[in-house]
Design a protein around this ligand. Structure first.
Ligand SMILES: CC(C)(COP(=O)(O)OP(=O)(O)OC[C@H]1O[C@@H](n2cnc3c(N)ncnc32)[C@H](O)[C@@H]1OP(=O)(O)O)[C@@H](O)C(=O)NCCC(=O)NCCS
Length: 190
């Protein structure tokens, strides 16, 4: 694993998107994304109703990066730089070159291939620059959009983690997907 990637935040570019570090100046945009019930339906947390929570979240993301524990990019259209979603690596296991991903896009931007484009570049970075060998994603069973994005990128389902997420008074099954470095091919070269 290449720990040098933590020396300065790795900005990533795709055809339409800029993946960059978020700062406190992004609090309103990120609040817009994460205060939407539809967007948070399949996330581990519920919709956020207090911007102070977002400000703490951004602070936490910066801290995790400084501590070389997690990387989370804000997703912005190249032309206007305002945050419309986020994606990143967490649960990074250096000994086994493995990490989990999570991602989220504001509902007004769904269905335009944006997350496929962002994750494709994030996977390239993970395998080629960071040195990961295995990338994992866990998805709530009914999240058809997320499953479609993962399959499009070449992830395969490994199984079902039964009742492994407790949210809103209920246990939920999570589908577990992975992709290996040996399987990765770019879907959207730019
Ligand atoms: C799931 C999510 C990331 C998809 O992002 P997106 O940018 O809309 O996805 P894309 O446009 O790249 O879609 C890729 C494919 O999935 C399909 N798709 C997207 N949303 C879908 C849905 N809700 N149901 C069925 N298919 C869907 C698209 O039509 C596209 O298929 P195609 O290539 O055959 O046309 C986005 O809806 C989201 O952020 N949802 C809320 C948060 C979330 O669920 N995060 C994931 C947690 S595991």
């Amino acid at each position: 694993m290449n720990e040098q990637i933590f020396e300065s935040f790795p900005v990533l570019n795709t055809q339409r998107l800029l993946l960059r570090q978020m700062t406190q100046e992004d609090d309103r945009c990120l609040f817009e994304v994460l205060s939407d019930e539809a967007t948070c339906r399949y996330l581990t947390h519920n919709a956020v109703n207090d911007i102070a929570v977002i400000q703490r979240m951004i602070f936490g993301m910066q801290r995790f990066f400084e501590e070389k524990q997690r990387i989370r990019w804000g997703i912005a259209p190249r032309q206007d730089n305002s945050i419309i979603g986020h994606c990143g690596y967490f649960d990074i296991d250096n000994s086994n070159s493995c990490a989990e991903i999570s991602y989220c896009l504001k509902s007004g931007s769904w269905g335009q291939g944006i997350m496929t484009e962002a994750l494709d570049e994030m996977l390239r970075f993970g395998f080629e620059d960071y040195g990961l060998n295995r990338i994992v994603a866990k998805v709530m069973k009914d999240n058809a959009g997320s499953v479609k994005v993962l399959k499009k990128l070449g992830f395969v389902q490994e199984g079902l983690l039964r009742e492994s997420l407790y949210k809103n008074g209920q246990y939920h099954d999570l589908m577990i997907f992975s992709i290996l470095k040996s399987e990765y091919h770019r879907t959207d070269p730019n």
